[in-house]
Design a protein around this ligand. Structure first.
Ligand code: ATP
Ligand code: PMV
Length: 201
C-alpha cells in the first residue's frame, strides 16, 4: 500500500479516562474527515488479540469495562511485540492513512513518540490530555495496580516536553478555547497544502 506523507501528525497521550478519544474526535469534527484521520495504536493490537483469544474486538475498542478485564494481558502482549520491533504498531496503523493530518490518539510509550519523531521529524507534534483523578473517577476510572503504575500509563510522565497540554476537566477552560492554536496550525498546514497542490496541478 502506497505510503503518503502527512503535513501534520498530532501525537496524543494521556492517562486512562483523561479524554484522548473525546478530544481527538472533537478535533476531527472541527477539521473534517477529509482533512484528518484518527489512528489508534491499540486498534491493530486489539484486533489480533481479539482474534487470538476469541474476544469481541468492537468492545475492546469501546470505552466500557469489557476492555479493562483484558488490559493487563493486552499490555503484556503488546510489549512483547514492541520489544522485538518498537515500530511494529506504528507502521501497522499508518497503512491506508491518506489525509494530510494524522491524529494518533493513544501514544503511551517513549518508543512510540521517538518512532514518529524519527520518521516524521518536521510533521510530529505532541499533545497531552490531562484530567484530575476525581474527573477520571467520575468517568469510570479506578486505580488498577500493574496498569496505572506501569509503562502503559506512566511511560510519558517525565522527560517529555509537549507542544500542547489540554486540560479536560469541567473546571478547566473550554476545550474549544484550548484547541484554538492547535486547530490554527492544522488549518494552516491544510491550506498551504491545498495551494501547493493547486500550483502543482
Ligand atoms: N470533556 C468531556 N465532556 C464530556 N464527556 C467527556 C469529556 N471527556 C471525556 N468524556 C467522556 O469520558 C469517557 C472517557 O473519555 P475517553 O474515552 O475519551 O478517555 P480516554 O483517555 O480515551 O480513555 P482510555 O485510555 O481508557 O481509552 C468517555 O465516556 C467520554 O465520552
Ligand atoms: C493494550 C493497550 O493498547 C490498551 C489500550 O486501550 P485504550 O486505548 O485505553 O482503549 C494499552 C497499551 O498498549 O499499553
Amino acid at each position: 500500500m502506497e505510503k503518503t506523507t502527512p503535513k501534520l501528525i498530532l501525537l496524543f497521550s494521556g492517562k486512562r479516562k483523561s479524554g484522548k478519544d473525546y478530544v481527538t474526535h472533537l478535533i476531527q469534527k472541527r477539521l473534517g474527515p477529509d482533512a484528518c484521520c484518527i489512528l489508534r495504536l491499540s486498534a491493530p493490537l486489539k484486533l489480533q488479540y481479539a482474534q487470538e483469544n476469541g474476544l469481541d474486538y468492537k468492545q475492546l475498542l469501546g470505552s466500557g469495562q469489557y476492555k479493562e478485564r483484558y488490559r493487563a494481558d493486552m499490555i503484556a502482549w503488546g510489549e512483547l511485540r514492541r520489544k522485538s520491533d518498537p515500530g511494529f504498531f506504528c507502521r501497522l496503523v499508518l497503512m491506508g492513512a491518506t489525509q494530510p493530518i494524522w491524529i494518533v490518539s493513544d501514544i503511551r510509550r517513549l518508543s512510540d513518540l521517538q518512532w514518529f519523531r524519527m520518521e516524521y521529524p518536521t510533521q510530529s507534534r505532541s499533545v497531552r490530555v490531562e484530567a484530575s483523578d476525581q474527573t477520571r473517577k467520575e468517568r469510570g476510572w479506578e486505580f488498577t495496580p500493574g496498569v496505572d503504575d506501569a509503562e502503559s500509563e506512566c511511560g510519558l510522565d517525565t522527560g517529555v516536553t509537549f507542544d500542547w497540554t489540554i486540560r479536560n476537566d469541567e473546571d478547566g477552560p473550554p476545550l474549544d478555547e484550548q484547541l484554538n492554536e492547535l486547530l490554527a496550525v492544522a488549518l494552516e498546514k491544510v491550506a498551504v497544502g491545498d495551494t501547493r497542490d493547486s500550483h502543482s496541478k
